[in-house]
Design a protein around this ligand. Structure first.
Ligand SMILES: [Zn+2]
Length: 240
C-alpha cells in the first residue's frame, strides 16, 4: 500500500495520492467534492476515506478528460450518485470530436515521475481504466456510465464547492481547466502545472501549443500561495 493521505485542513482540502496520481477532496458547501479521481483504485480510496460521508458526495469534477484524471470518475459517480462535471470542450469529445493523442512538447516531466513512490497497482488500474474512461491513447475518447455535465466554464463556481471558481486553462489539453480559491489563495492546477524537486513546472506536457503560453501567463498572475498540482507534491510558499 502506498496510498498517501495529505490533509490540509487550513485549505479545506485532502490530497489522496498514489505515485503520480493526485486526487483532491474539497470541503464543499454541504458535502465533499472530489477532483480528478484518476483511477478506480483511487475512487475506492476516496470512498474508504470518506466512509459515511461518501453518501453526501456533491460532485465529481475533472480538470480535463485524460484517463489519469477521470478514469475513476464513472465508478465513483456510480457508488455515490454524484454527477461528473467537466469543461464544455470535454463534452465535444463525447460527441465525436477527436481529442489530441500526441503531445507537441514534453519538457521536464521525468523528475515528476521519480518524485513520489511508484505504485504498480494504480498503474495497472489506470491501464485498464484507459479502455473505459477518458482519453490519452490512440483509442480516443471512451466513457462508461451516465453522461458527464459540461458546466465547468470560465469564472463559474465549482459545482458543490462555490468558494472555488473555474479558470479556463487550455494548453496541456484544449479542455483543461484549473480551480482557484481566492480566500486561501489556492490554485488547483490540473496538468497546467506539475511540480518536481520543490519547483513548479508550467505546461510540462503540452498538447495545445497555441494556448499554453497565455494560460501559463494567466496562472502566474494569480496571487497564489498554495499550488495543488495534477502531478507532483503541493507547494506552499508564495514564491512558487
Ligand atoms: Zn493530462
Amino acid at each position: 500500500m502506498s496510498l498517501i493521505v495529505d490533509r490540509m485542513p487550513e485549505l479545506g482540502v485532502t490530497r489522496l495520492s498514489r505515485w503520480i496520481f493526485n486526487c483532491y477532496v474539497l470541503d464543499g458547501d454541504d458535502g465533499p467534492v472530489v477532483v480528478d479521481p484518476g483511477s478506480r483504485r483511487i475512487s475506492l480510496d476516496v470512498t474508504t476515506l470518506l466512509g459515511k460521508r461518501a453518501a453526501g458526495l456533491r460532485a465529481v469534477v475533472a480538470t480535463h478528460g485524460h484517463t489519469d484524471h477521470v478514469g475513476g470518475a464513472p465508478s465513483l459517480a456510480a457508488m455515490t450518485g454524484a454527477d461528473v462535471h467537466v469543461a464544455p470542450a470535454t463534452i465535444e469529445y463525447t460527441r465525436g470530436a477527436r481529442p489530441p493523442s500526441v503531445p507537441s512538447s514534453c519538457l521536464g516531466f521525468g523528475p515528476v515521475l521519480l518524485g513520489q513512490p511508484f505504485d504498480g497497482a494504480v498503474l495497472r488500474s489506470s491501464a485498464a481504466d484507459a479502455l473505459r474512461s477518458g482519453y490519452g491513447t490512440p483509442l480516443g475518447w471512451r466513457w462508461t456510465g451516465p453522461d458527464p455535465v459540461g458546466d465547468l466554464t470560465d469564472d463559474a463556481p465549482v459545482p458543490g464547492a462555490s468558494e472555488w471558481i473555474v479558470v479556463d486553462a487550455p494548453g496541456h489539453t484544449p479542455d483543461s481547466v484549473a480551480l482557484w480559491h481566492a480566500g486561501t489563495r489556492t490554485l488547483l492546477a490540473g496538468d497546467a502545472i506539475a511540480t518536481a524537486r520543490g519547483r513548479a513546472l508550467f505546461a510540462p506536457i503540452t498538447f495545445d501549443k497555441q494556448h499554453a503560453p497565455a494560460t501559463s501567463a494567466r496562472l502566474r498572475g494569480l496571487p497564489a500561495e498554495h499550488l495543488l498540482p495534477g502531478h507532483g507534491l503541493p507547494l506552499h510558499t508564495p514564491a512558487w
